[in-house]
Design a protein around this ligand. Structure first.
Ligand code: 173
Length: 511
């Protein structure tokens, strides 16, 4: 005999809070104050089924990992589970739930009118479709960026300040897109970079990215904060390609947890460790915060206590779940990482020449990713392209370019963007949001098509540029004279344009 729904329904308060997740009951009363996302969201589901809210933001092994076994109350009686579902249908819904149901309907309607995947001709097309068909909160989380989103826009603008110097009359009958990254042969010079919370966009989450990447023999970087578990993602790889997978790491304050994550990934065959170094605290993404505050219906005033820190759950999906990240991480920690793994170590989120040089000179790291985290961390952090153009000559002059591999991410949407970065010395480029949008709208097939489109563009552009293989790309093929001078100004400051009154000149006296 399993537990009855009636029994569970009796535990619907802060004093005794039970919830159902995937047909099993859990006593989360004592866990309430520890929940990184705050207690309010759990209390909303106290005494009932929380699966629909739980699934998109938690890997399936979360409860096993973080909730003491004594709080696992067991399976619900099968007939009762059906009764729970039935009761859910007839329960009087709160205004918030009504709004959610209306949104679900609107999403279903938009999806019914969604153009077929074949009508997407480039990566930005997926973005336009995703914006129309994603749930508002999910779109806000994926698309948001820091403060005034100047770095977000600069990431695109920087590519527009670099022009090609194409070579003609080269025999370009055969083009080879393949290259090596961190010792592995891959089919193309781009990889799927790590992004959190894949199930916000698609029920299958990050495994959609894994499947498409393995079809294309493209590398996937697996995020610490995926909504699928690490093993689910590793296991989703299919097909003959067997491309490398890398691990992106947010360093936990508890280094034992961090060590376990790294060593498990190494054992499972991950081939590199990317340590995120640009996020000691998550940036202010106001679009995400506004969407979350509205969804909670509390206008953003709900402050929770978490491990002695206050976590304002209205602060958006990302901030709510990032309290475990160690802000004390520093250069002195690098030897420890080197001691716990044999994997190549890459620092992800390096933003200035001096730090690239320092990383190379430690002799402890194998690479860097120049990145401003998709414009989501420090606003006015420079575009990776601008840092790349500045750093490569310095590395070459000091003979350090052979010690580390340099990667970039942020704002790449076209093969021409990829080629500009490779000409300037990048070994490869990370692409994040565009694949998330392709996944959110069309699942695996969307990501598959996005990758095919990029490869087609790459082949054509290399031909037109006069480069037959990746190693024929070099600085002589680009004109970067405008890159550092921002002649097109900084990208527009939207908020101030809306908030500031237009300037006035002195008015004439009225008659
Ligand atoms: O950019 C992000 O949103 C991100 O990296 C993150 C970090 C912690 C929790 C969730 C997302």
């Amino acid at each position: 005999m399993g537990l009855s729904a009636k029994e569970i329904a009796q535990h619907s308060s802060r004093e005794s809070c039970w919830v159902i997740v995937r047909g099993r009951a859990y006593d989360v009363t004592e866990f309430l104050p520890e929940h990184p996302g705050g207690e309010k969201i759990i209390l909303k589901y106290a005494g009932r089924d929380a699966t629909a809210a739980f699934d998109p933001v938690h890997p399936p092994d979360t409860l096993d990992k973080y909730l003491d076994k004594s709080k696992h109350l067991g399976a619900i009686d099968k007939a009762d589970l059906e009764a729970v579902a039935e009761a859910e249908k007839t329960r009087v819904r709160t205004p918030e739930e009504e709004a959610e149901a209306r949104e679900d309907e609107a999403v279903a309607e938009a999806r019914a009118l969604m153009p077929p995947v074949e009508s997407c001709y480039n990566l930005l097309d997926f973005e336009a479709v995703a914006r129309r068909v994603m749930k508002r909160g999910a779109w806000a989380y994926y698309s948001s960026a820091a403060d005034d989103e100047i770095s977000l826009r600069e990431n695109r603008a920087a590519f527009q300040r670099v022009w090609f110097r194409p070579r003609i009359l080269v025999d370009v009958a055969n083009i080879d897109l393949s290259t090596r990254m961190l010792g592995s042969r891959v089919s193309a010079p781009f990889y799927v970079t790590a992004t959190a919370l894949g199930r916000l966009g698609h029920p299958d989450g990050e495994t959609c990215l894994t499947k498409a990447a393995s079809r294309h023999n493209v590398v996937q970087m697996i995020p610490t904060l995926a909504s699928c578990s690490f093993d689910e993602i590793m296991d989703a790889a299919e097909g003959p390609g067997n491309p490398p997978q890398w691990l992106q790491l947010y360093v936990n304050k508890d280094r034992e947890i961090t060590r376990r994550i790294i060593q498990h990934a190494e054992k499972r065959g991950c081939r590199a460790l990317f340590i995120t170094v640009d996020a000691p605290q998550l940036g202010r993404r106001e679009k995400d915060m506004r969407a979350k505050a509205t969804a909670l219906g509390d206008g953003g005033s709900n402050v929770q206590k978490t491990e002695g820190h206050s976590t304002d759950v209205s602060q958006g999906a990302a901030r709510a779940i990032s309290s475990f990240i160690d802000p004390s991480l520093c250069w002195d920690d690098l030897p420890w990482f080197r001691s716990v793994t044999r994997l190549p170590i890459i620092l992800k989120g390096v933003q200035r020449v001096e730090d690239v040089v320092r990383a190379a000179e430690t002799g402890l790291v194998d690479g860097v990713v120049l990145s401003n985290h998709g414009g989501r961390q420090l606003d006015f952090a420079p575009s990776s392209l601008e840092v790349l153009a500045e750093v490569m000559p310095v590395l070459r002059a000091r003979g350090l370019d052979r010690r580390i591999e340099v990667y970039v991410d942020g704002g790449l949407r076209r093969a021409t963007d990829i080629l500009k970065a490779l000409c300037l010395g990048a070994k490869g480029v990370g692409i994040g949001r565009p694949f998330l949008y392709a996944m959110s709208a069309y699942g695996v097939e969307g990501v598959d098509r996005a990758m095919s489109l990029l490869k087609d563009e790459l082949e054509m552009d290399m031909r037109l540029l006069g480069a037959r293989s990746i190693d024929e790309l070099g600085p002589e093929l680009v004109d970067t004279r405008s890159l550092g001078s921002h002649p097109n100004g900084v990208p527009e400051d939207h908020l101030s344009r809306l908030a500031y009154d237009p300037l006035q000149t002195p008015a004439q006296k009225s008659k």
